[in-house]
Each structure stands twice: as structure tokens, then as C-alpha cells.
Design a protein around this ligand. Structure first.
Ligand code: MN
Length: 238
């Protein structure tokens, strides 16, 4: 297994990295017409949940999904709209706001709410009722080429999700031609690094605590076995 395939972007990005970010916004535009449309202009809107709030039961309860989507995600979108009103960011697409505020201390509130708005819209699409199973043969080949085997891929993604300290996200991304796993803290997103997200698991406690309490590993297993949306990940790779 290629140890370099696991990376960590918890540390601040360098100035040189930041200067390369101009390509990130265009990279992300292809992953979903719904998001692109929803995020094209201000004010930003809460994109519709792609399924009913009880559709992921028993793996994620309607109560968790209702609070997570209706309170947390909505809160990020509402806060973003308040924060950017009459600012230089007021009419920018969400991806451009994220790239334009990343690592700027005086723009941290805008970045956090913009990135969390994007991350959640992406996360909902990574899940589906009657999900899980196996990715397509072509996608499996890509995973095997990067991680050695499907078992190693799963082990590595699970380890990232379970060991992330505090709040954050565990991602499968495309970095150049290579698939990689990374974890990000709080609102941080691979878009900052110019990488293309393929799949994400929200490992903030609000994503699982009502259903699993401190048993984050059980939540991660349930997501991967029962509700992960491989079709969405495959579409993102194209
Ligand atoms: Mn969340």
C-alpha cells in the first residue's frame, strides 16, 4: 500500500499553495448541476435534501437528519448570507468564496460558513437509501491502483474518519491522477488544496451522536456498508 496516499491538511497551507488555488473553483463546478445551480449566486440557498429525513433509518435517524440538515446546515447558509451582505463576496459563487477566504484570519467566519455550506451539500449526496455495496468495476480498479485493495482502501478511510481528533471530515479525493484519502478539521475542505472531492463522511459529533453517542466507528461502518452512494462518487470522477 502506498503510504503517501494518506495525507493530512490540518496544518495551515503555504502561501505558494494558496497562490495555486485559482484553479480550485473551476475544478469543482462539474460535480453536480444541483449544487452549481444552487450556489451560483447570492443569496445562497439551502439545497433540497435528496431524500426524506427518515430515508436513511435505521442507520441515521430522522431526528439526527432533521437537526443536522434543518438546523446545522441551514444555520451555515443563513450565517453566510448575513456575513457577506454588502461585502466583496456578496455576489460570488460559493466555491469562489471558499477559495478567496481560505487561510485569511480576518475572513475566518465567512470561510467557515461557506465551507460548511458546501461540505454539507456534498455530504448529503454521498449518502442514499439502500446504498453501500460495491463501486463499479472501473471505480474499484482506480481504488485498487491507489490503495492496493478494496480492503486497504476501506481500512484507510475508516482509520481517517475514526482517528480525526475533534470535529471534521474524512474525504476521498482526486489529486491530479491519484485517489487519496485525507481528513480535514472543522470546516476545512479539499477545495482549498485544489483537489477534487469524490466522497466525504461527516465526523462532527452532530452527525452521529444522537444515534451512536461516542461510537463513531459504528457510524462510519454503517455509512460505508449501508448508505454510501457509490454512484455519486463515480460521477464525480468522470
Ligand atoms: Mn455536519
Amino acid at each position: 500500500m502506498d503510504r503517501n496516499s494518506t495525507i493530512n491538511v490540518l496544518s495551515p497551507i503555504s502561501r505558494r499553495d494558496f497562490l495555486t488555488l485559482s484553479s480550485a473553483a473551476t475544478i469543482t463546478l462539474g460535480f453536480g448541476g444541483l449544487l452549481q445551480k444552487a450556489h451560483a449566486a447570492s443569496p445562497h440557498v439551502l439545497p433540497p435534501l435528496p431524500y426524506a429525513e427518515n430515508a436513511l433509518e435505521p442507520f441515521i435517524s430522522a431526528k439526527t437528519l432533521g437537526v443536522h440538515y434543518g438546523k446545522h446546515h441551514k444555520g451555515y447558509v443563513d450565517n453566510l448570507n448575513k456575513l457577506i451582505e454588502n461585502s466583496e463576496f456578496a455576489h460570488l459563487a460559493l466555491e469562489k468564496i471558499i477559495v478567496g477566504t481560505a487561510e485569511k484570519a480576518d475572513k475566518a467566519a465567512i470561510f467557515n460558513n461557506a465551507a460548511q455550506s458546501w461540505n454539507h451539500a456534498f455530504y448529503w449526496q454521498c449518502l442514499k437509501p439502500n446504498g453501500g455495496g460495491e463501486p463499479s468495476a472501473a471505480f474499484q480498479q482506480r481504488l485498487e491502483a491507489s490503495f492496493g485493495s478494496m480492503a486497504d482502501f476501506r481500512k484507510e478511510l475508516t482509520a481517517s474518519a475514526v482517528t480525526l481528533f475533534g470535529s471534521g471530515w474524512a474525504w476521498l479525493v482526486l489529486d491530479g491522477e491519484k485517489l487519496k484519502i485525507l481528513k480535514t478539521s472543522n470546516a476545512a475542505t479539499p477545495l482549498e488544496k485544489g483537489m477534487k472531492p469524490l466522497l466525504v463522511i461527516d465526523v462532527w459529533e452532530h452527525a452521529y451522536y444522537l444515534d451512536y453517542q461516542n461510537r463513531r466507528a459504528e457510524y462510519v461502518s454503517a455509512v460505508l456498508d449501508k448508505i454510501i452512494n457509490w454512484r455519486f462518487a463515480e460521477k464525480n470522477l468522470v
